[in-house]
Design a protein around this ligand. Structure first.
Ligand code: SF4
Ligand code: SF4
Length: 430
């Protein structure tokens, strides 16, 4: 980290000694999980840079933006509609923590028996290692799970009510919440949304999501040109990076991946079984289970989490010709998110089965963060649906710490053998 960045972080109240420890921890893991891969696309260098920039250049960019009068909000879930915030001149900063290093600092206010994502997020804030703490004018939470909901109350954050069912009246409630969010960001920036400003941001976000769709579609190939670990990094960075900078980087990566497909260049030295990762998100800094799976000889070819397809699968309909119509289109796009907070959540199962078929997966790994009851209980529904299709499944419940890596491998390696035996048997039968 440059001297300038250290001064900048200090001016933001960051505890530099603790921050050095956090960065050393994150960098070491990133080198072990991502950089150590031997068949990476060159363009992944751009995403490695973005990973490091999240506590350096990106902070400087946001400071500069705010110096010029820009407003910003902290967000914690993919339900917060970025298009609307940006169209009102408010920059959303995703603050979900993915690092294990700060989790114990959350003890200052939260019980230990909650999800590591929540603990990591607030552990960073309480240890004064989050540079974004002072770079937001407001924080916007949502009612997706109990741990988050109660945390927002405790900290006095704004809250968007995400309905728990998907009937018409729930959709109407969500559309009303989206309009309340619009008013909130307009008040913050003093700028009214217009049809043109919203349409511009809808197009930019759609472009970003389309690039992610195209990149991930290439993973259906027999020889995937990008690893599951790197595809995860691309999705993680999509949330944190400036939109236009991300679009440029993603377009460069897409071009290289297409060339790799033509030249039959795989991201893997050996062609292990193809698996789909399903479940909770892995925010920037957390790639533990992806690493455990791929270093146990399997290839992650698809990811249905919020740091995977749930983030980019749906686009906003760009055709409405009135501001109210476009606001509804934005709300409806977010209402299609199939988070486990919904009851029932049939759409998620349908999407997951479609992905399993499209990406020719041999098995599914359900990756569940400890104490995430929604995804953990729903794992049984996922298992039953997969059983009907004769798709093997392994559920892993774990936190961010690498302490149980070997225990995970002890479960993952026999799972790989089961998949290999099954694919070998079906190849022999053909
Ligand atoms: S899993 Fe649910 S609560 Fe978590 S980021 Fe995704 S939509 Fe939000
Ligand atoms: S992973 Fe589950 S428990 Fe954790 S914040 Fe998301 S929904 Fe809540």
């Amino acid at each position: 980290m440059s001297g300038n960045h250290r001064e900048l972080l200090q001016s933001l109240g960051v505890n530099l000694d603790l921050h050095d420890q956090l960065i050393a921890h994150n960098t070491k893991l990133h080198e072990r999980t991502h950089v150590a891969q031997t068949c990476r696309p060159k363009a992944m260098g751009l995403f490695d840079e973005a990973f490091h920039a999240s506590h350096g250049n990106r902070v400087a960019e946001i400071v500069e933006y705010r110096r010029n009068g820009g407003k910003s909000i902290g967000t914690f879930c993919i339900f917060v509609p970025d298009e609307i915030a940006l169209a009102a001149g408010v920059l959303p900063i995703p603050l979900c923590g993915g690092s294990h290093w700060p989790v114990d600092y959350a003890d200052k206010m939260f019980p230990r028996e909650i999800c590591p994502l929540v603990r990591s997020t607030f552990g960073m804030a309480f240890s004064n290692t989050c540079p974004y703490k002072k770079l937001k004018d407001a924080a916007v939470g949502e009612t997706t799970c109990d741990a988050k909901k109660k945390a927002w109350d405790l900290l006095g954050f704004n809250v968007m009510e995400v309905p728990q069912k998907k009937n018409e009246r729930d959709r109407d409630l969500w559309r009303a919440e989206v309009r309340a969010f619009r008013e909130m960001v307009e008040q913050l920036s003093g700028k009214r949304l217009t049809l043109d400003s919203l349409r511009l941001e809808v197009r930019r976000q759609n472009r970003k999501r389309m690039l992610l769709q195209e990149i991930n579609a290439l993973r259906t190939a027999t020889e995937p040109p990008i690893s599951g670990l790197d595809a995860l990094l691309v999705s993680q960075v999509a949330l944190a990076m400036d939109v236009d900078a991300f679009i440029r980087a993603a377009a460069e990566l897409l071009g290289e991946l297409r060339e790799r497909i033509e030249d039959d260049i795989s991201a893997y030295e050996t062609p292990g079984p193809r698996v789909l990762m399903a479940g909770t998100p892995s925010p920037l800094g957390n790639a533990k289970v992806h690493y455990a799976v791929e270093s146990s000889g399997m290839r992650i070819v698809a990811d249905e989490s919020c740091t995977g397809s749930r983030y980019y699968r749906d686009l906003v309909d760009e055709t409405p010709v009135t501001l109210e119509g476009l606001l509804d289109a934005v709300a409806d796009r977010y209402f299609r998110i199939d988070c486990s907070c919904f009851s029932p959540n049939h759409e998620r199962i349908e999407h997951l089965l479609d992905m399993a078929e499209l990406y020719h997966v041999d098995g599914v790994v359900q990756n569940i963060l400890s104490f995430c009851h929604g995804y953990n209980v729903e794992a049984k529904v996922v298992e039953q649906a997969l059983q009907k299709r004769d798709i093997p499944m392994l559920k892993v419940v774990t936190d961010y710490s690498f302490e149980d890596l070997e225990q995970l491998r002890v479960r993952l390696e026999p799972f790989r053998e089961i998949l290999q035996a099954k694919t070998g048997a079906s190849a022999r039968a053909e």
